[in-house]
Write a protein that binds this ligand. Structure first.
Ligand SMILES: NC(=O)c1ccc[n+]([C@@H]2O[C@H](COP(=O)([O-])OP(=O)(O)OC[C@H]3O[C@@H](n4cnc5c(N)ncnc54)[C@H](O)[C@@H]3O)[C@@H](O)[C@H]2O)c1
Length: 377
């Protein structure tokens, strides 16, 4: 691929996340020496209002209600597929069968069987496919990842990874597809937030062997235009896991996903503690990460400001502060650079195999909650 080649992107599902991608492309100039330049050229969405939002995006030439149009369009290089979870399998399978490169939204299939079928199809296909997960691209998270990956933590003691918000604290919030098993999946909140939590541990090779899950459905009914509707997904999930750490010893790992976490707006965190050192980062304090050290017999947590030093370099000054939109920009920069063979040793977007590994954990969590026992993976 040559310098600044245009990559024409088609969005299937022009809702919350589809619009974010159009905005990401609009600020691509922030990236320094990226090998390609993405343009959203087409959008498929059933909803006319959703489609019409893209009239303001000057590069968009196709708006359609039929997603097959985008899969069949030879002028589209990459698809971003961001639709309700019950549609993942059909659309991802069609994209893979057509050999179309795509970034698929998590959870990458409504359940384990769907994820397995998708990953199998991708392995048979020439398509370059990755899974959306942007939060590990915060500079503080990147530094924690690098420290953990370097082995500096020593023998692992405990790892915690979580994502909590409270958009469902309001019992009067109307029902939507994310709050119903049929469209969101039986795994509920784990499908919504779990890939974000699994990405860094799995990238570090920390694959649990046993899962004990506490799942909670707190609000069981929500208003709908036709009266109260059944809200039958898990709101919160706490997964306690045994994880092989080498040398014949397991360490403890906790994955926490909550739609009802009073006091949390949208907090993603990662913490890893070893016998020699520890790291922790939270998007609640996005400009800093913390590092634990034993020095002269003293236990010290230090706070470090990593600055605006992202995985892909940007024109913004190193003292400027990083936010959610920057994380999305970085994720897309990573996906498109990796597709162009130019990612180098930078942090990559989540892989289909990682999505499948996460699904195995969520599936075991369902069985654990049902049987009230730990489940071996
Ligand atoms: N990475 C993240 O941070 C993040 C955040 C939120 C959601 N998501 C994921 O993104 C995906 C979409 O979520 P969202 O929040 O954008 O949802 P959304 O409801 O805002 O948007 C989904 C869009 O898909 C459209 N759609 C439904 N059926 C369709 C069909 N058959 N053909 C074409 N379009 C169709 C809907 O009309 C809607 O506009 C989900 O997989 C979700 O888990 C990711």
């Amino acid at each position: 691929m040559t310098g600044m080649e245009t990559v024409r992107i088609g969005i299937i599902g022009g809702g919350l996340m589809g619009r974010e991608l159009a905005a990401v492309c609009g600020r691509w100039l922030h990236l320094v020496d990226h090998p390609v330049k993405p343009e959203v050229v087409a959008v498929a969405d059933l909803n006319e209002g959703a489609r019409n939002w893209f009239n303001q995006v000057s590069t968009v030439t196709t708006l359609t209600s039929n997603w097959h149009d985008l899969i069949d369009d030879p002028n589209i290089d990459v698809l971003y597929i961001a639709v309700p979870h019950n549609l993942h399998e059909e659309i991802y399978l069609a994209a893979a069968a057509a050999g179309k490169d795509f970034l698929g939204e998590k959870p990458f299939g409504i359940d384990l069987a769907a994820a397995a079928a998708i990953v199998e199809a991708i392995e048979r296909s020439s398509a370059f496919v990755r899974v959306s997960s942007e939060l590990p691209f915060y500079p503080g998270a990147q530094r924690c990842f690098e420290i953990a990956q370097s082995g500096a933590l020593g023998e692992l003691v405990d790892v915690r990874s979580g994502f909590s918000h409270s958009s469902d604290l309001d019992r009067n919030k109307a029902i939507n597809w994310k709050r119903q098993q049929a469209t969101c999946g039986e795994i509920g909140v784990m499908g919504d937030l779990g890939m974000h939590v699994a990405h860094v541990p799995l990238r570090l090779g920390w694959v649990p062997s046993d899962v004990y899950a506490l799942l909670d459905n707190i609000v069981t009914e929500r208003p709908s235009p036709n009266g109260p509707a059944n809200c039958d997904t898990w709101d919160n999930a706490l997964l306690a896991m045994r994880t092989p750490g080498g040398a014949g010893r397991d360490f403890t790992m906790l994955w926490e996903t909550r739609r009802i976490a009073p006091g949390q707006m949208n907090t993603w965190y990662f913490e890893a503690l070893g016998m020699d050192a520890g790291v922790r980062f939270s998007t609640r304090t996005p400009a800093t990460y913390q590092q634990f050290a034993l020095r002269g017999g003293k236990q010290i947590w230090e706070e470090i400001q990593p600055g605006n030093i992202s995985a892909w370099p940007v024109i913004s000054a190193g003292i400027f502060e990083f936010g959610f939109a920057d994380a999305l920009l970085q994720m897309w920069a990573a996906y498109l650079a990796e597709r162009a063979g130019a990612l180098g040793d930078r942090f990559g977007t989540a892989t289909p195999q990682e999505a499948l590994a996460a699904h195995r954990v969520f599936d075991a969590a369902l069985r654990s909650a049902q049987s009230r026992t730990a489940i071996a993976l």
